[in-house]
Write a protein that binds this ligand. Structure first.
Ligand code: 5RP
Length: 220
């Protein structure tokens, strides 16, 4: 199977986590796009969605799915999103699609994070995928030096601003052995808006598409 076919497979498989009669959280990216397309066929089962990006909002609305502001909703039963990498404990790198801050905000509203991914995203140690970081422009040079101090090479994502109007760094060369500790540390640095380590908001479940079929991995 091609990677695109695996994404279609896992996008459909994620429908089993959609709680009937609820508002669900919806992430961003090409895997989530497949999920939204599948969701359109059963849209009458849900009240609507809280979206993590302008791109996702546009796609949801185009398929007749109501979109609610995050502030209108106290709690979501599930948040369904992709990942750039996921390790064996459900810790993730996210933000390849520049939506990491809003993704974390919506994930924080949710009881469960359902990660949908193809097998290429599963890793033993996070960090081969460059770590996305949304930041305040004034802190640029200082943050590049801070990342160098911990062994990372931070590169500005040229020509991209997030939906919040901020630039991004992609940090190469990190080996994120303890994701909770590194997330907590980087979050303390002035000028950081969000770091793309999802440890506090790790996956509860990973629905993983492999060439042998769909696996469901639950994390304790
Ligand atoms: C967007 C994300 C995406 O979940 C991540 O980049 C995976 O995307 P794709 O499904 O296209 O591989 O974090 O900010």
């Amino acid at each position: 199977m091609t990677q695109d076919e695996l994404k279609t497979l896992v996008g459909r498989a994620a429908l089993e986590y959609v709680v009937p009669g609820s508002v669900i959280g919806v992430g961003t990216g090409s895997t989530v796009n497949k999920f939204i397309d599948a969701l359109a066929d059963v849209r009458d089962r849900i009240v609507g969605a809280v979206s993590s990006s302008a791109q996702t909002t546009e796609r949801l609305l185009a398929r007749g799915i109501a979109v609610f502001d995050a502030g209108e909703i106290d709690r979501l039963p599930v948040y369904i999103d992709g990942a750039d990498e996921i390790d064996r404990r459900g810790f993730m790198i996210k933000g390849g699609g520049a939506a990491l801050t809003r993704e974390k905000i919506v994930a924080d509203l949710a009881e469960r994070f359902i990660c949908i991914a193809d097998e290429s995203k599963q890793v033993n140690v996070l960090g081969r995928f460059p770590l996305p970081v949304e930041f305040i422009d004034m802190a640029h040079e200082r943050l590049v030096r801070r990342f160098a101090d911990i062994g990372g090479r931070a590169v500005l994502r040229e020509g991209v601003l997030t939906d919040n109007g901020h630039p991004l760094l992609d940090v190469h060369g990190l080996q994120i052995v303890e994701p909770p500790a590194m997330e907590a540390e980087i979050n303390q640095w002035p000028g950081i808006v969000s770091v793309g380590i999802f440890a506090r908001h790790r996956a509860s479940v990973c629905v993983l598409a492999t060439s042998a079929g769909v696996q469901r991995l639950e994390y304790a």
